[in-house]
Design a protein. Structure first.
Length: 345
């Protein structure tokens, strides 16, 4: 498989991963959530293999699925990860609320199973992961955002039943579109009455439309990654265009800060929680990530950015890569850093 417009794609990725990826989708072929799900399934295979071979100690984590009710009566699965079988004699743990990626149209609680186990065991936290409803059947700004709000409020109210202690810190973690929703929840948290200790945003996206239609004019000279990483493997420029078309978030809704905090003013962003951000150099959204990080810093938010050179969006699934193995360790350390900040505040 060849690559065209991609920034500095890692020789290790080209050698060890690229030959084993499915063929790039024909840009003239119909695009659907099924095509996204097929790509996600390949990524999930890589994570499952890594769990069995590289990270087998994470199998010790206790996993339980519970059912919770959304505001409209829909029943959603919430997966709970505990570091050990918590009894009344064991100390309660800090809490993490996890949202999976998949462009709002694919993914489920299996998608982030590997990193959630890592958070649970290494950071000694109780992790709650929500299987929210998906687009295009369900609108992003209403149904999906309401689902993840309801899940967060349930965790805040009920974490103690599963050995969690909100007073020790409640963090948000998510990947890709899940990271976008974590940022949204971090912005909305004060109005929801839920204190957030910190956010881990892995390869987030924020501008779910063309830059011409949805980026502020002063941002446009900074946003080159969709063009320069147009031919990136796993997720390329055409995939971004097609996904944004499939979820069809109206620009007038997208640019509201409560829906995508990248549009918030400096004063509004000042209330965001401390944030740890993962960036992949060859991600079409890499420049959005860098922009959001810089906006948080300008607003005085405590933030760290960890960039992985030569890596595309989704690289973390392929643990034959040293970068993927290191990202697992770094990101867990990022969550631990946030919890340390919370404990000292």
């Amino acid at each position: 498989m060849s690559v065209g417009a991609v920034r500095n794609l890692s020789p290790e990725f080209i050698r060890d991963v690229l030959p084993n990826l499915p063929p790039k989708r024909d840009p003239n072929a119909p695009f659907s959530r099924e095509s996204v799900a097929q790509g996600m399934a390949h990524i999930k295979q890589g994570k499952d293999h890594a769990l069995a071979t590289v990270w087998s100690e994470l199998l010790e984590v206790s996993v339980e699925n519970v059912q919770i009710k959304m505001r409209d009566g829909h029943v959603a699965e919430l997966r709970v990860y505990t570091p050990e079988k918590i009894t009344s004699s064991t100390l309660s743990k800090p809490v993490t609320y996890s949202l999976h990626g998949g462009g709002f149209v694919a993914g489920n609680n299996d998608t982030e199973d590997l990193i959630n186990r890592q958070f649970c065991l290494v950071c000694d936290v109780v992790v709650f992961a929500l299987d929210y409803r998906l687009a295009p059947e369900h609108p992003v700004i209403t149904t999906i955002y309401e689902d993840v709000e309801d899940g967060l409020k349930w965790v805040y109210a009920n974490a103690a039943q599963h050995g969690g202690d909100i007073s020790k810190g409640l963090c948000l973690t998510g990947t890709s579109s899940g990271a976008a929703m974590c940022a949204m929840l971090g912005y909305r948290a004060p109005s929801l009455g839920v204190p957030i200790a910190g956010m881990v945003l892995r390869q987030p996206a924020f501008i779910f439309n063309t830059y011409e239609a949805a980026a502020k004019e002063e941002w446009k000279p900074l946003l080159k990654s969709r063009e320069e990483n147009h031919d990136a493997p796993i997720l390329g420029g055409n995939d971004v265009i097609n996904l944004n078309g499939l979820i069809a978030i109206p620009v007038e809704d997208l640019i509201k800060p409560e829906n995508s905090p990248i549009y918030a003013s400096k004063e509004q962003l000042a209330g965001m929680p401390p944030t740890y951000i993962v960036q992949a150099e060859c991600d079409p959204m890499a420049d959005e990530v860098a922009l959001f990080h810089s906006l948080l810093k300008e607003a005085g938010v405590v933030t760290r950015l960890q960039m992985y050179n030569g890596m595309p969006h989704g690289f973390h699934a392929f643990h034959q890569l040293e970068a993927a193995r290191q990202e697992m360790k770094d990101t867990a350390a990022g969550l631990s850093w946030l919890l340390t900040l919370s404990a000292s505040s």
